[in-house]
Design a protein around this ligand. Structure first.
Ligand SMILES: Nc1ncnc2c1ncn2[C@@H]1O[C@H](COP(=O)(O)OP(=O)(O)OP(=O)(O)O)[C@@H](O)[C@H]1O
Ligand SMILES: [Mg+2]
Length: 328
């Protein structure tokens, strides 16, 4: 990774995998510098940070800066796979291992042999499978579901989470021993509002890529630096993309910026105001709407939704069950 953060790093990576990491704030410069050292080691890395802070970008960078760059970088989105299929996703299965297993399937661990395996949203792995995962990490071998052959793998692990894993441990949703295995090197990506120096360089980078020659007025730039960016860098990319498409003029002014939530500079700095009026709703209706809207904002990822709402995944599940039963 480069020190300036503006250069394309990893010339070894195929073009579509080359990433620019914009890092102008002191904290991001330090992460980029440390990332280069971490990449050269074989240690497991745990990257935490709110949604959209760049966890996946950093994980890719570590792989493509490492000695493993010529081999595969495999990602498993643990939040997107149904609990019943996750074991076969990780370790593969033999033909006939279960109903529907029509042929042998090679799992993600095998695919990542000699490369890097990214366990995205690691807290979503069911507890029962966490025990098996721990054993595989320790012994570097496993059997495919329904198989007897022992498969040996050499995989570097990177895990990400948008919540503090120690909370998940306290809630008995995550094994402490697995946490210590994954958290050999921790990287915490701060939210964009805590590294405001990155906002305009990121904006310029996205404008270069998506801007169709359009520029931002001084007041528009000022407004961007005052917005709290609850969706972090992903929200900034979306805003630029959306605004460029919709704004007819070549110079984008502050009122042309289309935020996910209503926001004006007169708002208390650091607070975005939802446009919707809730005054006619009861408290429980308000809660239900807020939960469902947050769930949709988080692409139905329960871990992210719970973290955003400041409640545990278990509490969220209970509330969703109640909503489904019409009790809320
Ligand atoms: N430092 C950066 N420089 C340039 N682009 C970045 C940077 N960090 C993030 N991005 C861009 O922001 C978007 C979100 O990044 P990424 O997917 O890595 O976030 P994430 O933390 O994994 O989010 P989630 O928790 O929702 O999965 C991507 O389009 C990515 O390319
Ligand atoms: Mg991600």
């Amino acid at each position: 990774m480069t020190q300036s953060g503006r250069e394309v790093f990893s010339q070894m990576a195929p073009p579509e995998k080359r990433y620019q990491i914009i890092a102008e704030s002191p904290v991001m410069k330090r992460i980029v510098q440390e990332g280069a050292q971490i990449a050269r080691s074989e240690a497991s890395v745990l990257i935490t940070g709110e949604s959209g802070t760049g966890k996946e970008v950093i994980a890719h960078a570590i792989h493509f800066e490492s000695e493993r760059r010529a081999n595969r970088f495999i990602k498993v989105n643990c939040a997107a796979i149904p609990a019943s299929l996750i074991e076969s996703e990780f370790f593969g299965h033999e033909k006939g291992a279960f109903t529907g297993a029509l042929s042998r399937r090679i799992g993600r661990f095998e695919q990542a042999h000699l490369g890097t395996l990214l366990l995205d949203e690691v807290t979503e792995i069911p507890l029962a499978l966490q025990a098996k995962l721990l054993r595989v990490i320790q012994e570097k071998e496993f059997e495919r579901v329904g198989g007897n052959e022992t498969i040996h793998v050499d995989v570097r692990l990177i895990a990400t989470s948008n919540r503090d894993l120690r909370d998940a441990i306290e809630e008995k949703l995550f094994r402490e021993d697995l946490y210590y295995r994954l958290n050999v090197v921790p990287i915490r990506l701060p939210p964009l509002r805590e590294r405001k120096e990155d906002i305009l360089p990121l904006t310029d980078y996205f404008l270069e890529r998506l801007g169709k020659g359009k520029t931002l007025s001084a007041s528009a730039r000022k407004k961007l630096t005052h917005y709290p960016w609850p969706g972090n860098i992903r929200e900034l990319t979306n805003l630029i993309e959306r605004t460029v498409v919709i704004c007819p003029s070549t110079i984008i002014d502050e009122n042309d910026l289309i935020f996910d939530r209503g926001f004006s500079l007169e708002d208390e700095v650091g607070r975005a105001c939802p446009i919707t009026s809730f005054k006619d709703l009861t408290l429980s209706e308000l809660e239900k709407r807020h939960i469902l809207e947050t769930l949709s904002l988080c692409s139905h990822n329960k871990t992210k939704t719970a973290a955003k709402l400041g409640i545990t995944v278990r509490t969220l599940r209970n509330k969703l069950d109640k909503i489904e039963r019409g009790e809320s």
